[in-house]
Design a protein around this ligand. Structure first.
Ligand code: TIU
Length: 222
């Protein structure tokens, strides 16, 4: 059994049971005019991790391990968008509204697409999710069972919203979860730091964290 040098202690790694899940690396969270920017955020922080996310994805592909992508998005009739989500806050444009990259977070719109640099390859799973977590109202749980996956390495955005929500959902469902620290980002550095600390506190109460180089070394050694 291989190990990944992780916090709060090494992560025992089983290649036959491991997948990478890349959360919501979409133009809407990374480019001006998208949903993230409409909430008043600095999207440059998300753009900065793209090369590291790409390196992590390529490491899993090279090792022949599954890569799963998620997209936060809604049907074009918005039937899966609760009013409580659409109306929350005071964004300059709301989910479903027409923006510079098409309708915000709606399936098939240009802004909803995953960034080219980290785009799925044919055959990789893409989970379209209407919530912040990937387990709610999706086939994610069944897909993982079909793949035989029991351990998940997490990357993507944002750390304390969709990434942490999905990690907590997966942890409760019995998956061992590890977050790649430098392949995730928040619009708020202090929230990222707090999320990482919360996840690995109390003996990995939610999961482990490790740098991408350590994850790739673990895979290469396995
Ligand atoms: N706003 C924010 O930080 N995140 C989201 O709305 N979605 C995801 O985290 N993907």
């Amino acid at each position: 059994m291989a190990e990944i040098d992780a916090l709060p202690f090494p992560f025992a790694f089983r290649p036959e049971a491991m997948a990478l899940i890349v959360i919501d690396m979409q133009r809407d969270f990374a480019e001006p005019g998208g949903f993230g920017a409409s909430l008043g955020n600095d999207v440059g922080r998300v753009v900065a991790i793209v090369p590291t996310v790409k390196r992590l994805i390529e490491g899993f592909r090279t090792a022949g391990l599954p890569v799963i992508h998620t997209m936060e998005c809604h049907r074009s009739d918005l039937s899966d968008l609760p009013p409580a989500k659409r109306n929350r806050g005071n964004p300059s444009i709301r989910i479903g509204d027409a923006g510079p990259m098409g309708r915000v977070l709606v399936v098939g719109e240009p802004g909803t697409a995953i960034l080219d640099e980290v785009a799925p390859l044919p055959g990789e799973f893409v989970i379209e999710k209407p919530g912040k977590g990937a387990c709610y109202a999706t086939s994610f749980g069944e897909d993982l069972k079909r793949l035989g996956v029991q351990q998940l390495v997490f990357a993507g955005v944002t750390t304390e919203v969709c990434v942490q929500t999905t990690m907590r959902e997966a942890n409760d469902r019995g998956y061992e979860c590890l977050l790649a620290e430098d392949a995730t980002e928040s619009y708020f550095p202090e929230f990222k730091a707090a999320a990482l600390a919360m996840i690995r506190a109390q003996g990995a109460i939610v999961g482990w964290t490790a740098m991408t180089d350590q994850v790739l070394k673990g895979i290469a050694d396995a």
